[in-house]
Design a protein around this ligand. Structure first.
Ligand code: 87F
Length: 530
């Protein structure tokens, strides 16, 4: 789960995690798994997906993540193998974020995976609700451990005892650390690759300041980086805002988040969170310092995270009936070059042109690769790389060779363009930028079409039944949100507040809360969510 703090996960409409689905896609076995009634396998290639995004979203998602070689199912429920195609995407985002946080003087570190029960207990007030999800090591070999050891679900209790030790005077502040790691949360609700898994990768940042003002500023700086990951890298529009009291991280002062939306299921999804913890943890862990005047102060802390959930949102938002669609900025292969030899044409010439094309693109900083495998037809390769979501395909056949050109085919809209060899780099760069922008624009248009502004309860219920994300004036009272949840609880899961955007439209005097009829205090997004 992204941002780390989804308190109770709703059973998700998206992604029915199938049983280990052996033999999904894959280069060597072009056949799609299993039977299935709605089989629509392309004759030539056998690579087509069985499920359609608009008809059977959950099954479609499971099929795409396996057949595109992002993940492989594992024999422990809720755990997935992240294959190189996934890790490459993760690493692109990581490069960006890691560089940006270093500019903010945040340093990387690594704390142990294991937590002693003592410190975990220290935090018991807020851990209580999460306790069932904590996994424990109780044995080594055949002997019971004297004291069981927890596996980190998040690292507050692991790190803060050392913050207490390291922070003494104001010169020790700010302390700004981040770690890239895995965490384990033993979820009981329906697991879904990337979206809800029992082990996932994330970065968790934990910072301590002398003043609240510094902490407040950092919360928003980090949130802006999260917005950029989604919008600039994953081409997914998000809403930036503040969580309600009910939905915030209980251990903190306030929680901000970026919220994405999956039109196919009509569900919001928390993309990442940036919390101001206030002084709550400083109190618990005695993170104190002496200021310039020799007075005692207590540290102000933040924590923030985004996880591999980002990749699941990307698959859900951009994928189509041919498979994955990768935004160029995160694609490990941005351009796939495929030779199209023909009978007695100059095969060697075509292969050389392919190599030269890859060399020119690589030289220009574009991630390009040629598929020279001789045991697959060009048609099979087209489908294979479409399934894997490569943004741009370049085909080179006898005619292209003769005309000193290449043919480029966009993954997002299938548009074909002939590019003269001497304009290759320039035009490919332009096309990749264009694809990145079109993906964002299309996703934003779809998302915006799903946002419904309502003023009354009846309008709200109607919009919810149409799987909308709802924007409504709210009185900002916790009991009212509890009530909204109770009144909307059904098969599809309850509706909750997603966030109150920082960007607030005008709220005319006398506007009433959509749910309670009391005076409204703010505009808030509501919806079913992951
Ligand atoms: C599950 C088990 C035990 C979420 C849990 O969001 C504890 C927890 O504390 C838990 N699930 N959380 C909240 C995590 C808050 C916070 N941690 C650092 C973040 C960002 C990174």
């Amino acid at each position: 789960m992204a941002g780390g703090d989804e308190k109770k996960s709703n059973a998700g409409g998206g992604g029915n995690a199938k049983k280990p689905n052996a033999g999904g896609g894959g280069a060597k076995k072009p056949n799609v798994s299993g039977g299935g009634k709605k089989k629509e396998v392309k004759k030539e290639t056998g690579l087509g997906l069985v499920n359609r995004k608009d008809e059977n979203f959950g099954e479609w998602y499971s099929e795409v993540v396996v057949n595109a070689e992002l993940i492989e199912y594992y024999d422990i429920s809720g755990c997935y193998i992240l294959r190189p195609w996934t890790m490459a995407i993760w690493e692109e985002m990581q490069k960006f974020f890691d560089t940006e946080i270093k500019k903010m003087d945040i340093q990387n570190c690594y704390f142990p995976l294991f937590v002693s029960p003592g410190v975990l207990q220290k935090e018991k007030d807020h851990v209580e609700g999460f306790a069932p999800e904590v996994a424990w090591v109780t044995k080594s070999g055949e002997s019971e451990l004297e004291v069981p050891i927890a596996i980190r679900p998040t690292s507050e209790t692991v790190m803060y005892p050392y913050y207490s030790k390291w922070i003494r005077g104001h010169r020790d502040l700010p302390l700004k650390l981040n770690q890239w790691c895995n965490v384990v949360r033993w979820e009981f609700s329906h697991p879904t690759p990337f979206i809800r898994s029992r082990e996932f990768l994330w970065q968790e940042g934990h910072t301590a300041f002398a003043t609240k003002a510094e902490a407040d500023e950092e919360v928003l700086d980090i949130l802006e980086l999260y917005r950029r990951i989604y919008e600039e890298y994953l081409a997914i529009p998000v809403l930036k805002g503040k969580k309600s009291e009910l939905e915030k991280f209980a251990g903190g002062l306030y929680t901000t988040s970026v919220e994405a939306f999956v039109p196919n299921t009509g569900r919001g999804i928390q993309g990442a969170t940036s919390h101001c913890l206030g002084q709550n943890f400083a109190k618990m862990f005695e993170i104190n310092f002496e200021n310039e005047k020799g007075e005692k102060g207590m540290a102000w802390q933040n924590s923030w995270a985004y996880s591999t959930r980002t990749i699941g949102v990307m698959v859900m938002v951009h994928g189509d009936d041919k498979g994955l669609v990768l935004p160029p900025k995160v694609a490990s292969v941005q351009v796939i070059v495929i030779p199209v030899p023909y009978k007695d044409a100059d095969t060697q010439g075509i292969y050389d042109a392919c190599s030269a094309t890859v060399a020119s693109l690589t030289e220009a900083g574009i991630r390009a690769k040629a598929d020279f495998r001789d045991n697959y037809s060009p048609g099979w390769k087209y489908s294979h790389w479409e399934l894997k979501g490569v943004p741009l395909r370049i085909e080179i056949g006898p005619k292209d060779l003769a005309n000193s050109q290449v043919r480029a085919v966009r993954r997002d809209n299938s548009a074909k363009t002939d590019i003269p060899r001497d304009k290759l780099v320039e035009q490919v760069k332009e096309m990749l930028d264009n694809i990145q922008q079109s993906l964002f624009d299309a996703a934003k248009q779809k998302r915006d079409a799903c946002i419904q502004t309502v003023k009354t309860w009846d309008e709200f219920v109607e919009a919810l039944s149409q799987r909308k994300m709802i924007f409504a004036p709210w009185c900002d009272e916790e009991e009212v949100e509890v009530d909204v949840k109770a009144r909307t609880k059904g098969e599809m899961g309850a509706c909750k507040s997603l966030c109150s955007p920082f960007d607030q439209p005008e709220l005319p005097e006398g506007t009433k809360c959509f749910a309670s009829g009391k005076p409204a205090k703010k505009w808030t997004y509501w919806g079913r969510s992951y």
